[in-house]
Design a protein around this ligand. Structure first.
Ligand code: UDX
Length: 447
């Protein structure tokens, strides 16, 4: 099939490269001429494992190309994916649909023959209706349908998620459009990925509901972690015990410093706004967003308390800055709140991240960037493991300890074992693995 992708950012690029790999002829379009010329030379503007190889092999095979000319790409395409950004609008948190509607107008002018327009960007319920209205108004003669086909890609695992999805959601009431979408994803039948056909509005809402639910799961276990610390229980065991129940599932029950990234924070806010606008407010999602924001900020407090109540003039070393491993993405990363609060408290902050320091330098001031974990720990009163990159799972702990001035180690991702850390002389702080000491203290106090 001939496919055009409008918007060659994260979602557009991954989708384009994977669809080309399925055997389709894909043209990725972007307004940014610099980005397109870089892509033509095989330079990928984002860090995503495996993407460079996939782009290169499909370009070499003649199935994938990049262009600034939207009209030509759309005119020859049977399917046009809209994969432009939908950032949070300043002020009310609603998804900013300026780029989606602009793309719809550009596409409308270029349509030739029967074309299926697919919104891949995460868009609020009703956006498909508006895209259809815009195109219909500009081109009453055009033969097209608008379909919602949300993506469920995780950064760092996006290619695998695209090629081996748990499900594909296609929102359209039109039989012809559904047939075209079945054809687009036909190669996935081999992996027996179910295609769920729904109405367009249902598909749009499904994406938000899925992300909000995952954010809720994380926030729930984070609250349980706080409680575990108070009562002397182990949140990893609680999560295991819960997760073995098939109705709950084991995934997304890792306690940590709060969720970040380009999707959960933005999508929960957009869902909250939609729910309010339609008179069915989601108290649960509202609470999740507020609790998570608070949690990210409270992580700095843990560091301050571990250092005896003040960090003024102390040196704190952060291992990991990105919102999760295997990405260079700093959007809404917990590290941002942690660094700012520590600096407000007078700390000197050092940091090392395998991929994120370039992005971090654009949004953080006065951080001393290190060349590796050991360089980062040099002279530090406390080391804080913020992002669980693999390289931080197998640290030479003797070397870390020897480089530090102090011995405080905060493990915000529960990577290490308390016994080992304490045996090595660290004052070790984890998340929600309370041991039984606090409970005993409370019982004794009560007695
Ligand atoms: C997410 C969704 O998973 C994906 O389906 C959607 O389309 C886009 O948003 P992504 O933002 O790439 O993907 O990251 P994800 O792996 O879901 O992690 C999000 C955040 O939650 C990270 O900050 C991560 O550290 C945190 N997290 C995740 C936890 O704290 N605990 C967990 O158990 C899982």
């Amino acid at each position: 099939m001939k496919i055009a992708i409008v918007g060659s950012g994260y979602v557009g690029l991954v989708s384009g490269a994977c669809l080309a790999d399925f055997g389709h002829a894909v043209r990725c379009v972007d307004k940014d001429a610099n980005k397109i010329s870089a892509l033509r030379e095989g330079r990928i503007p984002i860090f995503e494992p495996g993407l460079d190889g996939l782009v290169a092999s499909n370009m070499a095979a003649g199935r994938l190309s990049f262009d600034t000319d939207l009209s030509a790409a759309v005119a020859e395409a049977e399917v046009v994916f809209i994969a432009v950004g939908t950032p949070s609008r300043r002020g009310d948190g609603f998804a900013d649909l300026t780029y989606v509607y602009a793309a719809a107008r550009d596409i409308a002018h270029a349509l030739r023959g029967h074309t299926v327009l697919v919104t891949k960007s995460t868009v609020p319920v009703g956006t498909g209706d508006e895209v259809e209205r815009i195109v219909r108004e500009l081109r009453p003669d055009a033969d097209f349908q608008v379909v919602s086909n949300p993506e469920f890609l995780r950064e760092g695992a996006a290619i695998d998620d695209f090629k081996r999805p748990d499900r594909i959601v296609v929102g359209s009431d039109d039989a012809r459009a559904r047939e075209v979408m079945n054809e687009v994803y036909r190669p996935l039948y081999l992996n027996s990925a179910p295609i769920l056909h729904t109405s367009r509005r249902t598909a749009e809402l499904t994406k938000y509901a899925a992300n909000a639910f995952l954010a809720t799961k994380i926030t729930f276990i984070n609250e349980m972690a706080d409680l575990c610390e108070k009562v002397g229980a182990n949140v990893q065991d609680v999560a295991r015990g819960m997760g073995l129940d098939n109705r709950i599932g084991a995934k997304f029950l890792h306690a940590g410093p709060g969720y970040g990234g380009s999707c959960f924070p933005k999508d929960t806010l957009a869902l909250i706004k939609t729910a309010q606008d339609f008179g069915a407010p989601s108290r649960i999602v509202e609470t999740v967003a507020a609790v998570n924001d608070q949690r990210k900020r409270s992580m700095a407090r843990r560091v301050i308390e571990a250092l005896g109540g003040s960090v003024r003039g102390r040196t704190v070393a952060l291992l990991g800055l990105t919102f999760k491993p295997n990405t260079d993405d700093m959007r809404d990363a917990p590290s941002l709140a942690i660094v700012t609060a520590l600096q407000d408290g007078g700390a000197n902050v050092r940091a090392f991240d395998p991929e994120g320091m370039g992005q971090a330098a654009l949004v953080l001031n006065d951080v001393a960037y290190a060349s590796d974990a050991y360089d980062c720990a040099a002279g530090a009163d406390a080391v804080v493991l913020v992002t669980e990159w693999n390289t931080f799972r197998a640290l030479d702990l003797e070397r870390i300890g020897a480089a530090m001035t102090g011995r405080v180690f905060l493990d915000l991702r529960n990577v290490y074992k308390r016994e080992i850390m304490e045996a090595k002389g660290f004052q070790y702080h984890d998340v929600g693995r309370g041991g039984d000491a606090p409970m005993r203290a409370r019982t004794e106090a009560a007695a």
